[in-house]
Ligand binder design. Sequence first.
Ligand code: F6P
Length: 521
Amino acid sequence: MKNINPTTTKAWEKLTKNYNDTKHLHLKSLFNSNPSRKEKFTINFNDFEFNFSNNRITEDTLNYLLELANEVDLKGAIKAYFSGEKINVTENRAVLHTALRNQNNQEIVVDGINVMPEVKETLLKMEAFTNKVVSGTWKGYTNKTITDVVNIGIGGSDLGPDMVVESLKYYKNNLNVHFVSNIDGDHVQEIIKHLNPETTLFVIVSKTFTTQETLTNSTTIKNWFLEKATEKDVAKHFVAVSTNLKNVREFGIDSENIFPMWDWVGGRFSLWSTVGLSISLAVGFKNFKELLIGAFEMDEHFKNTPFEKNAPVLASLIGIWYTNFYKSESEVILPYTQYLTKLAPYLQQAIMESNGKSVDRNGNQVAYQTGNIIWGSTGTNSQHAFMQLLHQGTKLIPADFIGFKNSLYGNKEHHKKLMANFYAQIQALAEGKTKEEAHLDLKTQGKMDEIETLLPYKVFEGNKPSTSILINKLTPKTLGSLIAFYEHKIFVQGVIWNIYSYDQFGVELGKELAHKNLTKL
Ligand code: F6P
């Protein structure tokens, strides 16, 4: 990949000027001066409509952002990313979560080996195992069928599967799936206290199989299991997902029960791999496959679509625009469905662990802003919690509104109200309310005496940016595409910021100190 300081590009210079020329423009006037603004800045892809028109950009801004993408050779970087080049330079690894959902017969070569046959074989193993457990053919040590599954993992070995299982609750089968992550013993206890060891399957997920939280929780749970069962019963109740086969075997897991992973899959991008075993168990392998297909379709869109019509590319460039020119520090994720309640925490790891970096690809300290703070919650709950700050606070916080044309249970009355709020928030943020409009409101309400004191508080400046992602329906496939959209956004921003997005050395120091503290304590 090229190694270019983005602030030295010609496009950056043009963007700086464009920012000074346009920062005073109000979204209302941008819409008034261009009746086809919505169409101009909207991208339709399969069941998705990405509407970027409520962002503080002009056609010139977009052109300069696209020039920036070309100047840093985004095209070349995308090719390197998909073809298995070792773009995770600091760990000397390829970044190939896209290979895990690759649906064509193209070879993907890492260190001279085509990884696709192994990927496919592993998927077959997942499918066979899932089918046995879901159908009840897989029996526990007292010959009972499995009713509960516990995923033991943390970070990428927890957040992705947990988020997807929650998001696809509607598609769930008879198995109850639980997640244990925190090393807090109370967390473990709260989960296992309701479980029966005879009917519970434990999936230990750890890429490295060295993570303190996961190993401690797994040991505690195994000991709890052995209070009732014996060592030889472990094979019927414990399976593991890891790259570290030696440590897994030492833990006492049967070789047959190990699901392999690869070092070219980063933890926070691993839900498509065997790390997604608990997803496959919760919703069945067919739905897991649909999730992969949805992601693959987004991969194809990202790989093959010209940048001006490429949803992840535009989202990334607009993000750069706010971070580096408007100096915004955070982005809020607002899904208008309760199913996506865990999307923001998942994206926090994916985005912040990837692009929370301050050293560039030359080993130099960057002199510009990189990764943003990600936060969010579901609409309409967020409206009654933190949206006040977006509407009338002092900070510029670009928002992603994620809405669905159809609900899953089909309650039209509720859905109409939910979506009325979705559109209302986007409009209120963009348009605001002028002094004159606020004045008229107070007058209509008969508050003539209070107008003078209340008026300043009733004005909404507006001009607050947002992107809306409107999706036909929440399905395994559309969820797969949505997650892949954000994954590619991370990649593009990392390329432009000239940082390494795929290591996470920043979490190591705390781990080292915790180990030292442990001996002291
Ligand atoms: O501490 C951060 C991290 O390395 C994450 O990147 C990863 O997802 C998590 O820990 C868990 O790691 P493992 O799967 O190796 O247990």
